[in-house]
Design a protein around this ligand. Sequence first.
Ligand code: NAI
Ligand code: MG
Length: 358
Amino acid sequence: AVSRTHSVALIPADGIGPEVISAGVQVLETLTKCDGSFSLSFKHYDWSSGTYKATGKYIPDGGLEQLKKHDAILFGAVGAPDVPDHISLWGLRLAICQGFQQYANVRPTKIFRGTESPLRKAEHGDLDWVIVRENSEGEYAGQGGRSHRGHPWETATEVAIFSRHGIDRIMRFAFETAQKRPRKLLTVVTKSNAQRNGMVLWDEVAQEVAKEYPDVKWDKMLVDAMTCRMVLDPKSIDTIVASNLHADILSDLAAALAGSIGIAPTSNLDPSRQYPSMFEPIHGSAFDITGQGVANPVGTFWTASEMLIWLGEEEAAKIMMDAVETVTGRGLMTRDLGGKARTQDVTEAVCEELVEIY
Ligand code: NAI
Ligand code: MG
């Protein structure tokens, strides 16, 4: 008898989003069927650039209220060639992140068995990092404006905001994340030489919070120097915490160094658990390969596994990742990883592997 049920909202949205989310659901359904100790109920929301073009809204009135009832949200990607990216991003993804105080964005990386890093010396098991991205402030808080539109003297500002409260809560989350990992190692990334207000506050708060985690070894790094360190000395890194903008960029670099943007997951967490958290592959809607059936579903599988951990299903989450790595280890991979397999080939292979494991 099934003892636990988790309710999951699905928002596949645009481009390859629906392709990878349907692959993810197929694997999750196989997993719960094999496992038998818990179940997932899915509710599909068709919010996308298509609904935006038809109705003028990404999220219908009362939409966030509906979402609140779920335990987690599994999200595909948003963005369409004929909608400006800032409209789609703010209309759907950021509306959920900010509405639900998902202030911690967590992005793990690693090199999967069978895959190759563009770094000559990195191999399977390396680049095992977690990037903790502040997800509510910085340049992405929406402060700023445009004046004198259309004139040669037009002016625009993007005001980065950093609050002690916002930095303190992400810093605690990052130290706790580092503390739970074997190496207990945290790098605090800022740009406090040039950005002399907000980033200096980051440094100060880091210093204070660090005192409460004496077992975590930590260091500080400027973001430009951090890009070099990620490439030249990747083994010296474990957990990273950085502002919204800096971590956005560093995490794409991390995903590329690990082999492909197609394998990396993101969790948008409300650590207070007042609201549901949202889980998504790190990649976007990838118009160039939409509809071809070649999107890498591994980023969504890893995303789904992170979601299961958040829902308390650690054991099943681990089994799912084992199945995925067995499949990549066999060389069954999509084009972005140098293979020839299609989305559906990888998905079915993972399902078969799950049946095998259980
Ligand atoms: P992208 O991630 O969609 O694509 C970048 C490159 O990576 C493309 O060549 C694409 O084919 C490839 N790629 C991405 N995911 C892949 C996968 N699963 N398997 C194989 N190849 C994959 O980023 P891009 O092109 O900058 O953005 C396209 C659209 O997606 C834009 O509208 C952008 O705003 C949106 N976007 C949305 C995000 C989200 O919903 N969280 C995140 C990033 C971009
Ligand atoms: Mg990004």
